[in-house]
Design a protein around this ligand. Structure first.
Ligand code: ATR
Length: 285
């Protein structure tokens, strides 16, 4: 560290368990870039001051996590169009007039899907859940050219609201269904993206759909959860012959996408792999 060291940081509440400092500091070491990354717990009432203060101090970039991903938008100078539709940002990049907001959670998932050869373009896709994570992922799938998105949620009204909103931008692509009515889906094999919190540590004994008949529809099961590394949803997918993926690569690639925006570099695949190995060791996979 010296007087030229660039600083990037995470703001959220809580932040103490975040893997982002490890990801970014290792990236700087491997990429030989004079940047450090740390995390600040920011209370909701202090968010505007935190963003203005970061700007005043010349901070190069920020990641934003729960609960500030939507609330931070009014304090931005500019916003990426897809992030604006989603209504949530997780990465702020310094520009001439303030910070510009991006949603690299979504870029991260897009990169993971490409790497795992999960085809969305011109395919039909099932998304489980209709909360904040699902919202971003439903927009991503529509943007990636999904032919049909089946949005299955416990509360139908939430799925219907999200479907209407995405369809307003992309045409009639999303259909909402109550999660227990999965047998109304046309028979076939679909990529399924699991966005609910069901199965997250410590409730590892639950899956969002317990009925084994559902898993006959799955070609690839992508869970956004990475703790545990194999959720019950993933186990059920594998038991029925589907491929299954956890959310660790999504986390890695959201970080890499932010790092690339801040530093105007491309992180090579070997470096990404090395960092993924370190993340797996860190969370004990
Ligand atoms: P996030 O921002 O992480 O997506 P959220 O907005 O609270 O979190 O959304 C949680 C999602 O998990 C919702 O789709 C929720 O379903 P409801 O809309 O019906 O509440 C889903 N979820 C949470 N607990 C669930 C459970 N036990 N069974 C099925 N779905 C559940």
């Amino acid at each position: 560290m010296d007087a030229k060291t660039k600083l990037c940081c995470l703001i959220g509440n809580p932040v103490e368990h975040s893997l982002s400092p490890m990801i970014h500091n290792m990236l700087s070491e491997r990429m030989n870039i004079n940047m450090i990354y740390t995390a600040f717990r920011v209370e909701s009432g202090m968010l505007e001051d935190a963003v203005k203060g970061a700007w005043a101090l010349g901070i190069n970039g920020l990641n934003v996590t729960v609960p500030h991903k939507c609330a931070v938008i009014p304090y931005l100078a500019d916003i990426d169009p897809l992030a604006a539709k989603i209504g949530a940002v997780n990465t702020l990049v310094r520009s001439e007039s303030g910070f510009k907001g991006y949603n690299t959670d979504i870029t991260g998932l897009g990169r993971q899907l490409d790497e795992e050869n999960v085809t969305i373009n011109d395919n039909s896709v099932i998304i489980l859940g209709a909360g904040g994570a699902s919202r971003a992922i439903t927009f991503l799938c529509a943007q990636k050219g999904a032919r049909k998105i089946w949005l299955l949620n416990r509360s139908l009204s939430k799925a219907e609201t999200l479907a209407r909103e995405v369809n307003g931008y992309f045409g009639e692509v999303v259909t909402a269904l109550p999660i227990e009515n999965f047998s109304d889906l046309p028979k076939g094999k679909y990529p399924v993206i699991q966005t609910t919190s069901v199965g997250l540590f410590p409730d590892t004994g639950c899956a969002p759909i317990e009925n084994d008949d559902f898993y006959e529809y799955v070609s690839d099961g992508v869970d956004i959860i990475f703790n545990p590394s194999e959720t019950k949803f993933m186990k059920k997918c594998r038991k029925h012959g589907a491929r299954a993926h956890n959310g660790l690569k999504m986390l890695l690639y959201q970080g890499i996408a932010a790092y690339e925006l801040w530093n105007n570099v491309h992180v090579p695949q070997e470096t990404a792999r090395e960092i993924l190995d370190m993340m797996e060791r860190e969370i004990g996979i």
